[in-house]
Design a protein around this ligand. Structure first.
Ligand SMILES: Cc1cc2nc3c(=O)[nH]c(=O)nc-3n(C[C@H](O)[C@H](O)[C@H](O)COP(=O)(O)OP(=O)(O)OC[C@H]3O[C@@H](n4cnc5c(N)ncnc54)[C@H](O)[C@@H]3O)c2cc1C
Length: 404
């Protein structure tokens, strides 16, 4: 063991916790453990069953500083990073991925995106309301006819004097509605401002020509988050609602997709962890042929493979988050890679958990059937697994050195 000039030793790296490298991360872990056990878990089954968004719980997340997680302390936020973002999304998803999705759409698709691209005046007007949870935000990229092929979007914005006029429809928007009657509060809306020109606009509830269309109920999973179609019918907003420069938003979009994919992967990890715990506990308790079912080789295979895949996902995810700089882009290959891997792992582990529990796994009481339904979304939302495969192949073909 050798000493460095600042007194640390070359063996210090061994004590580094990959999953909570700083004191702030450890404190966040403790906060999340209590919040999830005492406040998230007890409400999860009911809000999912009723397909309702728990707004009081969302405001509580605001009180805990979770909604402005990646906004600097100088701007009223918590000033944390991508690892903290992973810790929060992973923890929430061990209990309630539906609520976690609504949280993620607000905190990362809206707040983090807005924070990195909006002006100081826009920050002043909006940040306090979205950090406290007074306003619920979302991000509008997908359209009825355009999903993966996002650059072909048809929603348009045209400048008219001191205003922009937006026309089009966005669909599958998380937090688009807050309940059966109420539109979400504030959105970042991507729209075409000319050929090969995409711009971002801040659109608020109450803006002329802005309304909620279909509320998309009876989703397979994620039922505690509301999904809606949003309609822009000669929607008129003042020109100072443009975020950044006109035509510069492909960069906003690509940069924010990295933290979006990493936090969605964290949701998969939370689902995998909970399913693994349920599986192990049940295999200890349940007996068939006079022995606990953990004694059967086929059950051991479900548990052993699930543990190894869970652990591999966790290491890949935290290593990707460690290297993610929220203010720049450039980590697409691993943001795509970890979401691609984690979403399949979560789905497989949830499936095995149901199998290990037999008929009980198929019933609501043991949670794994809900998590199994929730897990599927992560192969679609924030980019489909096919889109990740395509991006990874493109990135590695251009830059084989990314392989390592
Ligand atoms: C619950 C939920 C919440 C969502 N929340 C939001 C949100 O808040 N904001 C938002 O903007 N969007 C949101 N989305 C939309 C989501 O991001 C899109 O559904 C996703 O990007 C896929 O787009 P699509 O559904 O139009 O599928 P499509 O793009 O039509 O794809 C259909 C199929 O074709 C495949 N495919 C497409 N192109 C290719 C290709 N080049 N090569 C190979 N295969 C291809 C796809 O992978 C997929 O399997 C949400 C979706 C859901 C279900």
């Amino acid at each position: 063991m050798s000493s460095t000039p600042n007194g640390s030793t070359s063996d210090d790296w061994r004590s580094m916790d990959l999953f909570a490298p700083t004191e702030e991360h450890r404190m966040l872990h403790a906060t999340m453990r209590d919040f999830v056990a005492n406040e998230v878990e007890p409400q999860a089954a009911a809000f999912n069953r009723d397909e309702t968004f728990n707004q009081p719980l969302f405001r509580r997340a605001g009180e805990l500083g979770l909604l402005g997680l990646t906004v600097s302390a100088d701007d009223g936020g918590t000033g944390l990073d991508a690892i903290a973002s992973v810790i929060v999304c992973e923890s929430l998803s061990t209990a309630d991925p539906g609520f976690a999705l609504a949280y993620l759409a607000h905190t990362f698709l809206f707040v983090n995106n807005f924070y990195h691209n909006a002006s100081a005046a826009q920050h002043k007007a909006v940040l306090p309301r979205v950090i406290s949870g007074e306003w619920v935000g979302g991000m509008c990229m997908t359209e009825p006819a355009v999903g993966t092929d996002v650059l072909g979007m048809q929603t348009s914005a045209r400048r008219q004097g001191d205003h922009y006029i937006i026309n089009g429809r966005k669909t599958f928007i998380t937090n688009g509605a807050l309940d059966d009657h109420t539109l979400g509060d504030v959105f970042l809306v991507y729209a075409s401002t000319g050929e090969r020109s995409i711009s971002t606009f801040l659109v608020e509830k109450g803006d002329v020509g802005f309304s909620v269309g279909q509320k998309l109920k009876e989703k397979l999973g994620m039922r505690a988050s509301m999904t809606a179609e949003l309609v822009f019918d000669d929607c008129q907003i003042s020109a100072d609602r443009l975020i950044g420069e006109e035509g510069q938003s492909t960069i906003h979009m690509m940069r924010n997709l990295e933290i979006e994919r990493v936090t969605l992967a964290a949701m998969s990890l939370g689902i995998a962890e909970r399913c693994l715990r349920v599986m192990v506990e049940y295999a200890n308790d349940r007996k068939t042929f006079g022995v606990p079912i953990r004694e059967h080789g086929q059950i051991q295979r479900y548990i052993g493979e699930s543990y190894a895949e869970y652990k591999a996902t966790k290491c890949y995810l935290y290593e990707t988050a460690r290297r993610l700089d929220l203010s720049t882009s450039g980590n697409r290959v691993d943001a795509d890679g970890v979401k691609l891997f984690a979403s399949r792992v979560a789905k497989d582990i949830a499936d095995r958990a149901i199998q290990v529990l037999g008929g009980y796994g198929y019933m609501g009481e043991y949670v794994v059937e809900r998590l199994w339904r929730d897990a599927k979304l992560l192969e679609i939302g924030g980019g489909t697994i096919e889109a990740h495969q395509k991006n990874i192949t493109k990135d590695l073909s251009r830059s084989p050195e990314l392989i390592g």
